[in-house]
Design a protein around this ligand. Structure first.
Ligand code: CA
Length: 654
């Protein structure tokens, strides 16, 4: 190997695993909400006291180790009583639950010297717990101090061994009793190696700031291999730390919340000072802003080797998702057409993706749901049986590829896409030569064990349309009735049903009025249930307690809203979708707006905002806004001659 090759390999390795490594060390860094921390709780027995707000630990925005906040622990310990404060791990989708480190570390601060710190208890993912551990030290006043405890000092107190590498709760509990009130600020709870090799910082060079209506977007190169702190001077005031960015990510969204605010910025890793201002924007410009931010998830947020879409960010840096990559391809088309990137850049990315897809795992021409973005090997994320072909995900992918084929009209790309399209054996998924329906999965090891026939009404119309349109492995048009179920009698369910099949396929060719009615009904339900004006679009999403197939009915609604629900409905409900966009950005942006636009979901009743972005949820916003504005992606997809021929053979009407 030549020495010159190394820096490049190092950079790929860095961006491949930087986020995963960070979240395999960091247990708590910041709260997305400014008042209380969702993933906390507390208990107390009088006369001891623990300060809680609505059952949660308070967040402090003035005293922190890493900006913009820290947790605040206020207690009074008495011999007759007790208290405990729990900080839970936020276990978002695909977060690798393994901390390779061997010491618990946290930073604390007190305005007065403390003779004793609270005792500590840990709990693991199997709910085993440790005996309360005394911290044999006090704390000096007014100095952030790191407390570091080797994990072997924690001894199990449950009947099974405690697995310290899978710690999911850190408890601070009553220790020495003096019946006085004490206050401790807690930040950056981590599980670290006993002796960490210091990372050599690479100074950020090109820092760029760009102002929007209420926020300023920062980006820099190269991505840093350690946490970056962002400093801001507002209206020529002093520079203060406002936030951090995790290793491997080179963007930051500073939501100021005001129009005509002037700010200067610099980074901890050494950069020049740049400035920008927020400014009034038209609704048209706001639409472009949301499109570009969502598009970024699929551009600089994509897998660095394959260019495919990561299932979620942060998540597991390996896992690319097949259907979300199809959505991402349609977002790339928007990105090229709106000049977020050049046509050449978009084309190069599509060539990378199609080369990857040609060498990735396939079963009867059909890709798995999830793959390793570096190797193309299947990743059975959803369980043992789901380790083979996924026909629905493949149809979402193919919808994007076919739209790209007609949009770019590039000889090499067209050849790549046509070869992939021709090799998908749609008809194999009838299970038998005369099968009446398509089946979702097939596995080389477990055959048809999942046994999931595709019957409407739901998100999978596109699977039947593409299977009927295939130039090589077509199914008869009769399966539209016998499998999908013909024209739906009733359009109900999560609102994503009106998006996934209609990002490329133009619903004006049949279903448009019913889909609009479904979006209107979703809005009407939210209004009836007392959601604030502009908050609507109930859809299946990861809520405060994990994934729920939320839909507008009382048994599947807990107050969780995904911005993609209302925003991706723009073609159906432009006025109501714009109301939602205004409210989500202007009123909730402080917690909801981030580097890829709107975060995945929020729940105002629970004071909860998701930390992640989902590959399936960002692109529909960019693409459906574009379809509303220009019909671009619809036109590109519908221009495929196979689609036109299929529509002539099939009657998608009442
Ligand atoms: Ca912090």
């Amino acid at each position: 190997m030549h020495a010159l090759c190394r820096p490049q390999i190092y950079l790929v390795a860095l961006s491949l695993h930087a986020q995963t490594s960070y979240f395999q060390r960091v247990f708590f860094d910041n709260s997305l909400t400014r008042d209380t921390y969702f993933y906390s709780s507390g208990k107390m027995s009088a006369p001891s006291v623990l300060e809680l707000e609505r059952g949660k630990l308070p967040v402090d925005i003035h005293t922190f180790h890493t900006p913009p906040n820290a947790l605040r622990l206020s207690w009074k310990s008495t011999p007759e009583g007790g208290w405990e404060a729990e900080v839970r791990l936020y276990e978002w989708r695909n977060r690798p639950l393994f901390f390779p480190g061997n010491s618990l570390s946290f930073w604390c601060y007190s305005t007065e010297p403390l003779a004793h710190l609270p005792r500590l208890v840990l709990r693991d993912s199997a709910k085993n717990f440790t005996a309360p551990l005394e911290i044999h030290r006090g704390l000096a006043a007014r100095r952030w101090t790191q407390i570091k405890i080797p994990l072997h000092e924690f001894i199990t107190a449950s009947i099974h061994p405690f697995d310290l590498h899978r710690t999911t709760s850190v408890f601070f509990i009553q220790g020495a009793t003096d019946s006085k009130t004490h206050r401790l600020f807690l930040d950056d709870i981590e599980i670290v190696p006993e002796q960490a090799a210091p990372a050599r910082p690479t100074p950020a060079k090109a820092l760029v700031a760009k102002g929007y209506e209420r926020h300023i977007d920062l980006s820099w190169t190269p991505a840093q291999n350690q946490t970056v702190t962002i400093y801001r001077s507002l209206e020529n005031g002093p520079f203060i730390p406002i936030g951090i960015q995790v290793p491997g990510v080179n963007r930051y969204a500073d939501f100021i919340g005001q129009v005509n605010a002037h700010a200067r910025y610099r980074l901890s890793s050494g950069s020049q000072v740049v400035s920008a201002a927020t400014h009034p924007m038209t609704d048209d410009e706001l639409l472009t802003m949301v499109q570009e931010a969502s598009f970024r998830y699929y551009w600089d947020g994509a897998h660095p080797v394959s260019g495919m879409t990561l299932e979620n960010r942060p998540g597991d840096d390996r896992i690319v998702a097949t259907g979300a990559s199809g959505f991402g391809i349609m977002a790339l088309i928007v990105g090229v057409d709106r000049h977020f990137i050049t046509r050449r850049q978009g084309l190069d990315r599509l060539l990378t993706i199609t080369h990857f897809l040609a060498r990735a795992d396939r079963f009867h021409g059909v890709w798995p749901h999830f793959m390793d973005g570096a190797t193309g090997r299947r990743l059975p994320v959803f369980g043992m049986y789901d380790n083979g072909a996924d026909l629905v995900e493949t149809s979402f992918l193919m919808q994007g590829l076919l739209a790209a084929r007609e949009y770019f009209h590039d000889a090499e790309l067209s050849n790549n896409i046509t070869a992939l399209w021709k090799s998908v054996e749609w008809d194999w998924f009838r299970r038998a030569p005369n099968g009446k329906a398509l089946y979702w999965h097939w596995s080389p090891e477990y055959s048809w064990h999942i046994n999931h026939p595709l019957n409407g009404w739901n998100e999978v119309l596109i699977t039947y349309l593409l299977a009927m349109a295939s130039p090589t492995h077509a199914i008869p048009a009769s399966l539209y009735d016998s499998g999908w179920g013909g024209y739906p009698k009733e359009f109900t369910g999560p609102i994503f049903f009106t998006h996934y099949s209609y990002m490329g396929f133009d619903p004006h060719s049949s279903y448009f009025k019913d889909l609009r009615q479904m979006a209107l009904a979703n809005h009407a339900y939210c209004l009836r249930k007392g959601y604030p004006k502009g908050v609507w679009g109930i859809t299946a999403v990861d809520g405060p307690g994990g994934y729920v197939p939320y839909e507008p009915n009382p048994s599947l609604d807990d107050g969780t809203i995904a911005p993609t629900g209302a925003i991706s409905s723009f073609p159906y409900t432009p006025k109501l979708s714009l109301d939602a966009l205004h409210h989500f950005y202007r009123d909730l942006g402080g917690s909801l707006w981030g580097i890829y636009g709107f975060r995945d979901a929020f729940n105002l009743k629970e004071n909860w905002f998701s930390r992640i972005y989902m590959g399936l949820n960002q692109a529909p916003m960019a693409v459906m806004i574009e379809n509303y504005r220009t019909g671009l992606v619809w036109k590109s997809f519908m221009a495929n001659p196979e689609i036109a021929r299929m529509l002539q053979r099939t009657r998608l009407k009442h």
